[in-house]
Design a protein around this ligand. Structure first.
Ligand SMILES: [Zn+2]
Length: 470
C-alpha cells in the first residue's frame, strides 16, 4: 500500500520551476521520485500574491436581481442575477451544459442554443491533452473553435488530474466515508497515478500513460490559451477519506495556489491584452468542515477573484448546508458556481442556498444509456414497453425531440445501436434540466419558488410507475 508520504511526495528531481516553464508545456517523462528531496523548498512557494484588482476586471460583471424569501418572509440565500461576459449574458440561476472536449456530446451547437442553454463548460485537462491548448488559441478560443458564440467556462483540470489521474471514482473507494481514514485510500489493485506536492501535481495521462505536470501557472496558461470567458483556479481536490489534518494542510495549499493563479492570470491578461477578458473564479474547498469552508471563503473572498466555485467532496445530504455556509461567507456581489450537480433535488437545494450556476455531465451521459427525464422521474427507454409507445418522451415538452419523435422510434434507434438515439435523448434531457432551472429562476422573481420546489420534487420523486407505460 502506498503511504501518506507517497501521496505527499516532494517534486521529482528536475521539475522545472513553474515560472520558468515554457508556454507550451510538452508531455514530460517523469523522473523517479527521490525521497531524499523530502523537505526541499518547492519553487513558487514564495510567489508574491497579487491582491489588487486588475483594471480589466470591469469587462466581466455580475448583478444581483431578486433575493429569495422564505414563505414566512425571512430572507434565504438564493437570488436571481445576471453574469455579463464578453460573449453575452447568463441569467442566473442557470444550468450550464457540459461540453467536456469542446462538444456537448452528440448535440449540435445550434441545438444546444435552441434548447435554451446559456453557456457551455469545457474541461482544461482534456483539451490540454487533445488537441492541445495552442490549437484552440489559434482557432480564436473555445467558442470559435466549437462554433458556440455564447459564454463559455473551463474548469481548471484539477479535478480530472486528480480524478482521472489518481482515479477519484475509479480508483479511490468513495463508498465509505471516514473522517479519520487514511489519506491514501486507494482501491485494492489500483495504483495512485497523481502525486500532489507544494508546487503542483504530477499525473499520468489517461490516454497513453505519459506523465504530465500541472501547477497553478501551467493551468492558467492552458486556460488562457483555451480562451473561455470564465476559468477556475487550480485547486487540490481532497476526498471524504482524507483526515482533517490533511484537509487543513490541503486547504492552505489551495490558498497559496489561488494567489499564484491570480498573479499568473493577471500577468497573462496583460500579455494577451488583445484577447477578450477572461474571468477567474477561486475554488472553495474544505470538505464537510464548517470552519474550513468558512476559512476558505474568507481567504479566497479577500482575493480579487471574479467569482467562486464551490468544489470538493460533498455528501448529498450535506449539499444545502455546505453551499449555505459558503454563500453566507462569500462576497455577495460575486457569482457562485457549484461544480457537478443536475439531480432535481440537488438543483433546488443549491439554488435555495445561494448557488448561481451549476454544471453536470449527467443529462447527456444517462441519455447515452437510454435514460430520459420526465416530471415523474427518470425512466429507461430500453424497456420493451416502449416498443409501440407512439407518444413523445414527455407530453407537453417544448424540445425538438418531443415535437418530432416518439418513444417507439427512439427505442428502436437505441435497440438498433443508432447514434441518433443519443442525440435525441440528450436534447430532451438537457432541455428538461435547463427548463427546470429556468422555472426556478422565474419563481424566485415572482415569489413562488418554494411552491414550485414542493410541486416539482414531490412529482419527480413520488415513485409512481411511468404514467405512459403499460
Ligand atoms: Zn422533450
Amino acid at each position: 500500500m502506498p503511504s501518506h508520504a507517497d501521496f505527499l511526495a516532494t517534486p521529482p528531481q528536475g521539475i522545472p520551476s513553474p515560472h520558468a516553464a515554457p508556454r507550451d508545456v510538452p508531455p514530460l517523462k517523469a523522473p523517479p521520485l527521490d525521497a531524499s528531496l523530502a523537505g526541499h523548498a518547492p519553487p513558487g512557494a514564495a510567489a508574491d500574491p497579487a491582491v489588487r484588482p486588475h483594471p480589466r476586471q470591469g469587462e466581466f460583471g455580475f448583478t444581483v436581481g431578486t433575493r429569495l424569501c422564505r414563505p414566512d418572509g425571512s430572507p434565504a440565500l438564493g437570488r436571481t442575477g445576471t453574469i455579463t461576459t464578453p460573449h453575452g449574458r447568463i441569467r442566473t440561476p442557470a444550468f450550464v451544459t457540459v461540453g467536456t472536449k469542446a462538444t456537448v456530446k452528440t448535440v449540435l451547437p445550434e441545438s444546444v442554443r435552441e434548447l435554451g442553454a446559456q453557456a457551455v463548460l469545457a474541461n482544461a485537462y482534456h483539451l490540454y491533452l487533445q488537441p492541445g491548448a495552442d490549437v484552440l488559441d489559434e482557432a480564436g478560443g473555445l467558442g470559435a473553435f466549437m462554433n458556440w458564440d455564447g459564454p463559455t467556462f473551463t474548469d481548471s483540470g484539477g479535478f480530472q488530474v486528480m480524478s482521472l489521474g489518481s482515479g477519484f471514482k475509479k480508483v479511490i473507494d468513495m463508498t465509505a466515508v471516514e473522517t479519520s481514514g487514511a489519506d491514501d485510500a486507494v482501491a485494492p489493485g489500483k495504483e495512485r497515478l497523481a502525486n500532489v506536492d507544494e508546487d503542483g501535481v504530477w499525473f499520468k495521462s489517461h490516454l497513453n500513460g505519459d506523465m504530465h505536470r500541472f501547477s497553478p501557472e501551467i493551468s492558467m496558461g492552458v486556460q488562457h490559451r483555451i480562451g473561455a470567458d470564465i476559468m477556475f483556479a487550480f485547486d487540490e481536490l481532497t476526498t471524504l477519506h482524507n483526515s482533517r489534518s490533511y484537509q487543513v494542510e490541503s486547504l492552505e495549499r489551495t490558498r497559496r495556489w489561488a494567489e499564484r493563479c491570480i498573479a499568473e492570470h493577471f500577468r497573462l491578461t496583460d500579455e494577451r491584452a488583445h484577447k477578450p477578458y477572461q474571468a477567474l473564479f477561486g475554488v472553495i474547498q474544505g470538505a464537510q468542515y464548517r470552519d474550513l469552508r468558512r476559512k476558505a471563503c474568507l481567504d479566497l473572498g479577500a482575493l480579487p477573484f471574479d467569482g467562486f466555485g464551490i468544489g470538493g467532496a460533498l455528501e448529498k445530504e450535506n449539499l444545502g448546508t455546505i453551499v449555505g455556509w459558503c454563500s453566507a461567507a462569500l462576497p455577495e456581489d460575486k457569482p457562485r458556481h457549484l461544480l457537478g450537480i443536475s439531480e432535481p433535488d440537488d438543483l433546488f437545494t443549491a439554488i435555495e442556498n445561494g448557488a448561481d450556476t451549476f454544471d453536470c455531465v449527467s443529462p447527456t451521459r444517462v441519455a447515452r444509456n437510454s435514460a430520459f427525464y420526465t416530471p415523474h422521474g427518470r425512466f429507461n427507454l430500453a424497456g420493451q414497453r416502449y416498443k409501440r409507445d407512439f407518444t413523445p418522451l414527455q407530453e407537453g415538452c417544448d424540445c425538438y425531440t418531443c415535437a418530432n419523435y416518439t418513444r417507439a422510434y427512439i427505442h428502436h434507434l437505441y435497440k438498433a445501436k443508432e447514434m441518433l438515439s443519443h442525440t435525441l435523448i440528450s436534447i430532451h434531457n438537457e432541455r428538461f434540466v435547463v427548463r427546470m432551472v429556468d422555472n426556478a429562476r422565474e419563481a424566485i422573481g415572482n415569489g413562488t419558488f418554494f411552491e414550485l420546489k414542493e410541486r416539482t420534487l414531490s412529482a419527480y420523486y413520488a415513485g409512481k410507475p411511468d404514467p405512459q407505460g403499460p
